[in-house]
Each structure stands twice: as C-alpha cells, then as structure tokens.
Design a protein around this ligand. Structure first.
Ligand code: RB5
Length: 144
C-alpha cells in the first residue's frame, strides 16, 4: 500500500505526524512536500498528489492545508480524483464507503494530531461498498 501525501506551509508538523503514523502502519509514503514553513501555494501540492493517484503511483493520497478545503477543490479538478475534505471520523469513513474517495483532505487549523490520526485510520480501514453507490459515483465521473 502506497500513500502520496502533501501539504502547504500551514501543515508541515501535521503532515510529518501523519506521515510517521502511515509508516508505523507499514504504508509506503511518497512525500510531495512542502518541506518548510515558507509561504507557498496549496494547489501545487494538490496537483502532485492527485497525479500520483491518477497514475496509480500511489493507491491513495492525503492533502493537508489550513482547512482542507483548498486542497480538495484543487485535487478534484483532476479526472478520476475524488477528494474529500473532512473534519470528523464518520465522514472520513463514509467518504470511502459511499463516495469511493481516493484522497483524504483535512485542515491543520481545524483538527489536531489526535483527530487527524483517527480520521486517517478510518479512511484507510474502510472499504468502498459499491452497490447502490456505484451509479452515483459514475454520475460524478460522467461530469468530468
Ligand atoms: C493558507 O493561508 C490557507 O489559505 C490554506 O492553507 C488553505 O486553508 C486553503 O484552503
């Protein structure tokens, strides 16, 4: 299992925390930056992670900015990407089960490391249910 992870300058510490957690779980991590707290632009990292997932270089992605919102907006511009901005474990789990999300987004100004870890685990451990949800996911894809 490989995860691509990216963040902007607001989320360096949280990205490193989540990256370490993924590695403890035996997940291979592609770290797409950013690597310093110098001000930068979140769409640059959303693009890198989205392209890793699009190309199957990574199975899934995690993007962290101040809120998770800008990252999800940018990542969702890429065909085949279903990026979910969440701030609770229920939504993180449901984004996999119902929406077949392939990128998890959250905000370093919204959630702390404990909740980020729990949301990450909920996302990793949940499986897409298919069935009645597939028609809806297909509809989303038909809008690309
Ligand atoms: C940066 O100030 C902030 O706008 C960014 O991290 C993110 O929250 C955007 O959605």
């Amino acid at each position: 299992m490989t995860y691509s992870i990216g963040c902007d300058h607001t989320a360096i510490d949280l990205k490193n925390h989540v990256k370490a957690h993924l590695e403890r779980r035996g997940i291979t991590v592609i770290d797409q930056g950013t690597f310093s707290d110098e001000r930068t632009d979140y769409p640059l990292y959303a693009k890198k992670v989205a392209e890793d997932v699009q190309s199957s270089t990574a199975d899934k992605g995690i993007l962290i900015c101040g809120t998770g919102i800008g990252m999800s907006m940018a990542a969702n511009k890429f065909n085949g990407i279903r990026a979910a901005a969440v701030s609770d474990t229920f939504s993180a789990k449901a984004s996999r089960e119902h929406n077949n999300a392939n990128i998890l987004c959250f905000g370093a100004r919204v959630v702390g490391p404990g909740l980020a870890t729990m949301m990450t685990d909920a996302f990793i451990d949940a499986d897409y249910e298919g069935g009645r949800h597939q028609k809806r996911v297909d509809l989303i894809q038909s809008y690309e």
